[in-house]
Every structure is written in C-alpha cells, then in structure tokens.
Design a protein around this ligand. Structure first.
Ligand code: SAM
Length: 278
C-alpha cells in the first residue's frame, strides 16, 4: 500500500481557493473519495505507471490516482484558479505530480511523454468528444483510457447495431479500441450536480484495428451512411459519388439495408469497396 499523505478535505480546498464552479469550463467536481478511488481502479494497476489526467480541478481524482501508486501523474488544467490547490497536492507527493497549465484540446501529448501512458479523467463535458477523437488518432501512446462522460455519450461509444445510440462514434471507438462500460454516477455525487447521469468508460487501444480499412475512407462512408440514417444505403451513400449499387454489391451488402443495421465488419468491407478505383 502507498502511504496517503494527509491533505485537507476537498470542500475545504474549494472554499480556501474560491473554486466556484464555472459552467463554461464544464466544472462539476467529484468530492466523494470512494468514487474517485473506484474510477482510478477501473484503469487497472497504476503501480509505476505514467498517467495523464485532464482537468484535475481541486484534485479529488488526482489524489486517488496518486494513492493508487502511479509512478508519475501529469495533470493538465486550464483553470488558473485550481493551480494553488494542485500545488499543495504536488508538495504532498514529492516528484510524482506534474501540473501543466494548458488547454487539453491544443496540448501536444508527444511533448509530455517518453513512453506509454494511461489517461484517467473526469472530462469537461463540453470538450469530451473532441478530446477522445484527438486521443484515438494517437492511440499508440496510450495503454488505456478511463474516462467519465455524460451517459448519452458513453451509450454512443459502446452501442451495438440496431440501437438508437449506434453511429459514427460507436464505429470509430470500437474499430480502434476494446470498450468497456464501467459504472454510472448519479448527478447527486457532483458539486454542483450536472443535469444528467455520468458513466465511466474504459477504452483499450487495439494492437491493430478490428478489420482492415483505410481510416479516411471508412470515416467518409460511415458519415454519409449515418447522415441519413433512416434512408436505405443505396440513397444515403449517393453523395459519395461512386456507383453506389456496385460498391454495395462488392461489399456483399443489400442496397435496401440502413446504416444502423450494419456491423463494423460490414462498414469496413464497404470502405474497402470504395477504396477500389473501378
Ligand atoms: N477532476 C475534477 C473532479 O473530478 O472533481 C474536475 C472535473 S471537471 C468535470 C472538469 C475539469 O476540466 C475542470 O477542472 C476544468 O477546469 C477542466 N477543464 C475544462 N476545459 C479544459 C481544457 N480544455 N483543458 C484542460 N482542462 C480543462
């Protein structure tokens, strides 16, 4: 067990540093140390691991990650007001916590890391999906991503075909990663409470994508198909310009099927058909 240094209760930290939650920064703080510990445990053993946390805020999850034995924690926070509170945690865990005052959307992760890392974060909801997409593009750097989203976004990440949540995000995430829903957290657990339930999801990047396909072509095919998700594919794929029926036939997919019925394997077959010039 790692010895956990004594730090003041989070409510005291928030009061002392005047951390009134800012809606524009997606600030809903988790003050329940049982829950922050549970989130950290979803990422597996952290012993000696390098971890990136986005949006540490007053530092509840930060403390849990350090207490779980992380070798090094790099925490990226945009809000200047949180820095003194985070400096107190850094002082209590000498050499373990590096706080970076920056915007996670624009930061270059390559400059932060010299080896593989785990990401753990209670994400600001207004930028959660763009951050996830940014990380998927450089997934080789990360051994796992344990992230809290609005439940509706978690539903989309983990959705299977023939459900209303199944779409572009499901296909992108599951093509590139194993996805695991961990648990839901009620709005009441946060200060202030958000309007919706939250869900923790773990994504483990695959060594290679689930089925072969060119990523840009797959993205175009999936976007066109779901842009008009109720239409038959022979109509929804028309904007792609090629001979739609021929491409569907090549992929072995009936032209009367609709986007939400297609498996990831079938979307990849379709992307390969569109990759052929004839
Ligand atoms: N981790 C804390 C917790 O669990 O209590 C706070 C989570 S709160 C949902 C989101 C945090 O992300 C806030 O501290 C906010 O200031 C920070 N944040 C918002 N946008 C950010 C951005 N673009 N880059 C880095 N941090 C950001």
């Amino acid at each position: 067990m790692t010895d956990t240094p004594a730090l003041p209760p989070l409510r005291e930290v928030i009061a002392k540093h005047g951390l009134r939650a800012e809606k524009s920064l997606g600030q809903n703080f988790l003050l329940d140390l049982n829950l922050t510990g549970r989130i950290a445990r979803c990422a597996g053993s952290l012993k000696g691991e390098t971890v990136i946390e986005i949006g540490p805020g007053p530092g509840g999850l930060t403390r849990a990650i350090l207490a779980a034995g992380a070798g090094k924690l790099i925490a990226v926070e945009k809000d200047t007001r949180c820095l003194p509170a985070l400096a107190e945690i850094a002082a209590a865990w000498p050499g373990k916590l590096e706080v970076i005052h920056d915007d996670a959307l624009t930061i270059d992760e390559a400059t932060l890391l010299d080896g593989p890392a785990k990401i753990i974060a209670n994400l600001p909801y207004n930028v959660a999906t763009p951050l996830l997409i940014k990380w998927l593009k450089q997934r080789g750097r990360f051994s796992s991503l344990t992230l809290m989203f609005q439940k509706e976004v978690a539903d989309r990440i983990t959705a299977v075909p023939r459900t209303k949540s199944y779409g572009r995000l499901s296909i992108l995430c599951q093509w590139l990663c194993e996805t695991r829903r961990e648990f839901d957290i009620s709005p009441r657990a946060f200060t202030p409470p958000p309007k919706v339930t939250s869900t923790v999801v773990t994504l483990i990047p695959r060594a290679s994508p689930l089925f072969p396909a060119d990523p840009d072509i797959l993205e175009k095919v999936v976007a066109a198909a779901f842009n008009q998700r109720r239409k038959m594919l022979r109509a929804s794929l028309k904007p792609l310009g090629a001979n739609t029926e021929a491409k569907l036939e090549k992929a072995g997919i009936a032209p009367t099927r609709r986007a939400e019925e297609l498996s990831i394997e079938e979307f990849c077959a379709l992307a390969r058909a569109y990759a052929e010039t004839a």
